[in-house]
Design a protein. Structure first.
Length: 239
């Protein structure tokens, strides 16, 4: 009984620590766009009354400010989706790798077009019925593709396929890869300290790992010769 109590206490404190780390990461992600917005506001308040800003410079500031507002909106949408999916139990349905890939393709092409980069996707086991939470998987896919496009030189590639009793979502980019060692990549998302994962990979990847775990899976990252690769695993639900 004492051993069980000690394990429960350890688990509780780990959950508290994880929540504190997540709150810290959220605050960090909010601070950057707010700092930029504040800087532009201060400059406009100082220079507009003295007419030291020409029309072109003012429009550039307003455009950049709007970009930061849109960044905040995207962040809040992502956190809203994360909160909703965290509260709800997984809701599975029969689907196929091809159907999931088709949905991912629509999002991926839109995101790639906005970033001026190429996007391609491949699906395996197209006709086989799989029982999965499609919305949760699509949320992970969007996070991983967004992250990959940010660092890709020109292209992001996605593969959706079955591996034993799991669905595998692989996202690759042709960028410079993760700025970590091979050993650190192997240990990512498996240590007891989530601070390192947030530092190396950011909030979007951290959230994606949480969703994978919710679906009985996990997240893996690695550097390849021509860029970075992330694999998300989701275990099938039976019965």
């Amino acid at each position: 009984m004492k051993e069980e109590l000690a394990q429960n206490n350890q688990k509780m404190w780990r959950m508290v620590e994880d929540e504190q780390v997540l709150r810290s990461a959220i605050a960090h992600d909010l601070r950057t766009p707010l700092t930029v917005l504040k800087g532009y506001q201060e400059m406009m308040m100082e220079f507009i009354p003295e007419e030291k800003l020409d029309r072109e410079a003012l429009l550039d500031m307003l455009k950049e400010s709007m970009g930061q507002v849109e960044r905040l909106e995207r962040f809040l949408d992502r956190m809203r989706a994360f909160s909703a999916l965290e509260r709800e139990p997984i809701s599975c349905m029969d689907t196929t790798a091809a159907e999931i890939a088709e949905q991912i393709e629509k999002t991926g092409e839109m995101l790639a077009a906005a970033s001026g980069k190429q996007f391609e996707i491949f699906a395996g086991g197209e006709g086989e019925k799989l029982t999965l939470d499609r919305d949760l998987i699509l949320e992970v896919a969007e996070n991983l593709i967004t992250n990959a496009l940010r660092y890709a030189a020109s292209k992001v590639s996605v593969v959706v396929c079955r591996e034993a009793d799991r669905l595998v979502l692989e996202v690759k980019d042709d960028g410079t890869g993760f700025t970590i060692s091979e050993e650190e990549a192997k240990q990512a998302f498996t240590s007891a300290n989530p601070r390192d994962d947030l530092k190396h990979f950011g909030l979007g990847m951290y959230i994606s790992e949480a969703f994978c775990k919710k679906h009985g899976g996990h997240l893996e990252v690695e550097n390849q010769r021509d860029g970075a690769c992330v694999r998300a695993y989701f275990r099938f639900v039976h019965g």
